[in-house]
Structures are given as C-alpha cells and as structure tokens.
Design a protein around this ligand. Structure first.
Ligand SMILES: Cc1ncc(COP(=O)(O)O)c(C=O)c1O
Length: 353
C-alpha cells in the first residue's frame, strides 16, 4: 500500500475558506452582497436567444463581448482580460506576477480570496489592519510597510466587509510608493461608491483594476468579471490564463448586462436610499455601525452577533457574521427599501427583547 499523497506545503498550511452558501433559497438573502432583485430582464432574454444545442457545441468566442465591454468601460480591448469572476482575476494576476516567497501586502480584514490565492502561490503575506476606531483605510501605515521587494498589493475599494475606502489620491500615493509591485484595486462595489481609478490605467504601469458582474449586475452565478491593466501586463496575464475559463453564457450575459444602464442606475439609486434608511434604523435602535460606501453595512451587535444572525435566519432573513474578524460585527447587505424594512422590523423584535 502506498502512502496518501501529500499536497504542496503551501496548500497544507493555508487557512481553509468555506463561505456559508448552503440553504439560501427562498430566504431574504442579505448575506453575500448580491443584487437582491436579480439581473436585468435583458440578460435573461439574451441568454434565451442564445441557448441552442448548436451554440453549446462551440468553444467560446469572446471577440464581440471583448469589443463591447472594452467600449463600455472606455478602455482598449487589449487593456481588458475577461475572467471567471474577480476570483479568477486575482488568481491570474498572482499566477502571472507572484512567485513562492514573494512579498505580498494585503489589508485586514478584507476579501478572503486575496490571501487564499497568495497562500496557494506560497507568497510571503503581510497584512495591514484597518484602523481600529473607525475601520478607515490605513494609508500611512500601508505606505510605510511597502518594501523595495514588495511584489503585489491587493486592495478592495470600497473594502468588504468594512465598507470603507481609499481616495483616488491615496491610490496614486500607493502606486508611486510601490512602482515595482502589481497594485490591484478591486472595484467590485464601484457602482455604489462612485470612486474609480480606471482612468489612471495609462498613467501607472503597475495598476490593475477589477470589476465584477456578481454584485450590482445580479449575475453572481454566471461567474464573470473584468481585469484591466496596460496592454503589456494584460498580454502576460492572458498567457497565464486558461483559454476558455469564461463560459460563453457568461460572456453573452455580460454583453447584455452593460447595455441596460438604466436598470443598474435605478438599482443603485434604490440601494443608496435604502442604505440611508438602514443606517437611520440602526441609529434609532442604538446599534453602532460603520458608514459604508458599498451595498452593505457592518454593525456592532457585541456579544449578540452570532445569536442575532441565527435568530434572523429563523425568521428567513440572512445576514453575515463577521465577529471572527471584527469582534461583535455583523454585515447586512442593502437591497430595496422594502427588504430593509423587513430586516429592521425583525432586528428590532429581537434586539429589544
Ligand atoms: C471585494 C470583493 N471582490 C470580489 C468579490 C467576488 O467577486 P466575484 O464574484 O466576481 O468573484 C467579492 C464578493 O464578495 C468582494 O467582496
């Protein structure tokens, strides 16, 4: 009998990441920062038009999607890499530019997949903490932590789960302080914050920007994202990416999604107003929260974080416990005002018991 196979040490030693995605159907899903009303009907219509046995026999052809997405994002097609969600964008960036033992700077707490892929690659990960008092972006601390050998800095802007962000000027300072590092600005929640560094692409050869169709566009199941950088960087990443990692249904859906600007604008408007409403509601209940630039709000439930999460689930409302990384904190996704009324009503009934 042979011994069981052993994975690489980097894989053996990495922290597991298993998001709680089970049993969510039929509940009010305020736990994953998804769009809470679904994608534009134009996306469904485009998929229905596309679906045929003949279409499914063919390997993906991305040309039309690339051209239209590049035009929508106002970049050249060569500055865009289509990806299987932001997750693959992060993976391809790391596979292309990061070697075992390389210095990679992250922030804490932040989106888990940066650490995940950096650890799979065997990188040397250092994490700078968001400021304790208000969870503000630790710009000065990050700048001071950059070393000449730093190979990558991965930042969500605005950040998940804090909801806080860094300004365009702040990003410029990071890009200038780390000219030899790949600096990723993950703009998964851009539509809610309105802050983007995409126009800086041609100024900084070390800048990478990602966008996703999983959040405002309501297409998390499709797994589609875009990674932008200068033409040369994109060429290298293309070389390191599997040629058909984005399935054709996702490419068709993405094309249709960007055509319905009005749908997205209306949803953003609704969410921003519901976010104000949620913050007012939390204030009235005397529950502290962190002001957010995204479609979610992190609030302080203290020792009741997990019991509140569980009791809300019993009532059919899903929120996400984050107390394992920020003591006492729970994150609620902001949807429509009607959905937030329901969340606040259930929360109030539990809170004042
Ligand atoms: C900051 C951030 N980036 C990316 C993602 C996921 O993006 P995708 O579904 O495109 O892989 C998330 C999801 O929660 C996120 O919070």
């Amino acid at each position: 009998m042979s011994n069981p196979l052993q994975p690489r040490p980097a894989v053996r030693n990495m922290a597991p990441y298993t998001p709680p995605t089970g049993n969510r159907a039929g509940k009010l899903r305020l736990d994953f920062n998804e769009n809470t009303i679904g994608c534009s009907p134009r996306v469904i219509a485009a998929l229905q038009r596309y679906l045929s046995a003949d279409a499914l026999t063919v390997y993906p052809e991305y040309m039309d999607a690339m051209r239209e997405l590049a035009s929508f994002f106002v970049v050249a097609p060569g500055e865009l890499l289509l990806s299987n969600g932001t997750d693959e964008a992060i993976q391809v960036l790391i596979n292309t530019f990061i070697d075992h033992g390389d210095d990679v700077l992250l922030l804490k707490p932040s989106y888990a997949m940066y650490r995940f892929y950096a650890e799979v690659a065997g990188a040397d990960v250092r994490e700078m903490e968001y400021r304790e008092h208000d969870l503000a972006f630790p710009l000065e601390e990050l700048l001071a932590a950059v070393r000449p050998e730093t190979k990558a800095i991965l930042i969500a802007n605005p950040n998940n789960p804090t909801g806080t962000g860094v300004s365009v000027d702040g990003v410029r300072r990071i890009l200038q302080a780390a000219p030899d590092a790949a600096v990723l600005i993950d703009e998964a929640y851009y539509e809610f914050s309105g802050v983007t560094v995409l126009p800086l692409l041609r100024e900084y050869p070390n800048l990478f920007v990602s966008r996703t169709f999983s959040k405002v566009y309501g297409m998390a199941a499709m797994r589609c994202g875009c990674l932008f950088s200068n033409v040369e960087n994109v060429r290298w990443m293309h070389k390191a990416q599997s040629p058909y990692s984005v399935n054709m249904l996702a490419a068709v859906a993405a094309r249709a999604a960007v055509q319905d600007r009005e749908y997205v604008a209306n949803y953003v408007k609704e969410v921003l107003s519901a976010r104000d409403f949620a913050c007012d509601g939390l204030r009235k209940l005397g529950i502290p929260f962190y002001p957010s630039q995204a479609n979610f709000v992190l609030f302080q439930a203290g020792e009741r974080a997990i019991p509140i999460r569980d009791a809300l689930r019993e009532k059919g409302v899903l929120v996400r416990d984050r107390s394992y990384e920020i003591p006492g904190c729970v994150r609620v996704t902001i949807g429509t005002r009607g959905q937030i009324v329901r969340f606040l009503t259930e929360l109030e009934s539990l809170w004042i018991k």
